[in-house]
Design a protein around this ligand. Structure first.
Ligand SMILES: [Zn+2]
Ligand SMILES: [Zn+2]
Length: 126
């Protein structure tokens, strides 16, 4: 595990501050130039590790797994045209309040998925 720490740091640093929710393949392609010995499997393994530690979030959209350095609760918008995944504010508080009413358990988290066409694709259309 220690052996991969430099790679894990590099993978994490590639993710931090991003809002485009890259796939492991995207990260691999970007890191490959700096780290010729890197393999896709290593990128996956390190991303899984980071996810277990709660340092990144995994989003699965239409069969593709994307990674998100923002681990605060927030919702996502999925563009059906270009496949972009865009951060949306966590607006679920009211939904949780409504869902909680009459529900015997305790809701601790909920996220919404928004689907449609992103601003960029709308521009191209018009
Ligand atoms: Zn789009
Ligand atoms: Zn996000």
């Amino acid at each position: 595990m220690v052996k991969y720490s430099r790679q894990r740091e590099a993978i994490k640093n590639k993710l931090v501050g991003r809002t485009d929710h890259p796939t492991a393949e995207t990260l691999y392609a970007e890191l490959k130039t700096e780290m010729p010995n890197l393999s896709v499997a290593t990128v996956y393994r390190n991303l899984n590790q980071l996810e277990q530690w709660g340092e990144v979030n995994r989003i699965t959209v239409e069969g593709a797994t994307r990674f998100d350095p923002n681990t605060d609760p927030h919702s996502h918008f999925f563009c059906r045209k270009c496949g972009a995944v865009i951060d949306m504010p966590d607006e679920d508080i009211e939904i949780r309040r409504i869902a909680q009413a009459g529900f015997g358990g305790r809701i601790e988290l909920s996220t919404s998925h928004f689907y449609g066409v992103c601003p960029k694709c709308l521009d191209i259309d018009s």
